[in-house]
Design a protein around this ligand. Sequence first.
Ligand code: ADP
Ligand code: ADP
Length: 234
Amino acid sequence: QPAVEFHDVRFAYRRGKRAETTQVLNGVSFSVPARGLTAVVGPSGAGKTTMFQLIERFYAVDGGRVRLGGQNIEALPLDTVRGLVGYVQQDSAAMRGTIRENLTYAHPHAGEDALWEAVEMAGLTTVIAQLPHGLDTELGDQGSGLSGGQRQRLCIARTLLQQPAVMLLDEATSNLDSDSERDFRDVVRRVSRRCAVIAIAHRISTVIDADKIVVMEGGRVRATGVHHDLMERD
Ligand code: ADP
Ligand code: ADP
């Protein structure tokens, strides 16, 4: 059973009373396996972020169908959709309070074991154990010495606590140095054994280890395949 399926999905943004429209998705079809990393690649404006917003039902489709775990997304309660889909936001700089507060933000009743399990999946056990107050260390403006990459992985740990069926990563590696990017990929690999991970990237070359690549352009799927099939198109 695929985690996500798009069947001939159409979507346009509408603005104002005269209903000017921007057609963004023009009959998009693809499926995302229940496990593994699926990368969505394409130039700016291709409709990648919009596609993510349809997966979390931030918008409804104009035509076609989105399925989550085999079910029509529009037949599912919104709470169920938001529980199944974990959206890791791009902006990891805006973190306040302690690490614990960041992790439990949407999961106030998460137990200590669940917290450390998420931290471990995100590859942060050692880093956090060495902080002066562990999970209760204030992040503050300087991030308590956590690097950008570590903060980003903290966002992944937070999303893991939700136990999503699908994790969405938006431009995940766009501002990481190569060491951080490697750590990030290791974490994504680990997470993708537990749930479907969908990552947005600008170029095919940055998603070399994806299990499946969906190439989008001009609101359509141009190709799907694995990295070596698509490399010459990059
Ligand atoms: P409203 O008319 O209700 O303000 P808009 O469609 O103008 O709604 O904007 C809604 C949100 O989408 C805003 O946050 C805006 O910044 C963003 N937005 C609007 N147009 C674009 C666009 N072409 N590309 C990306 N984001 C946009
Ligand atoms: P990508 O993530 O591939 O860069 P987007 O899904 O962000 O593409 O945007 C696809 C198209 O939709 C672009 O032309 C963008 O300007 C437009 N767009 C995105 N968000 C909005 C919005 N809220 N209102 C109107 N147009 C938007």
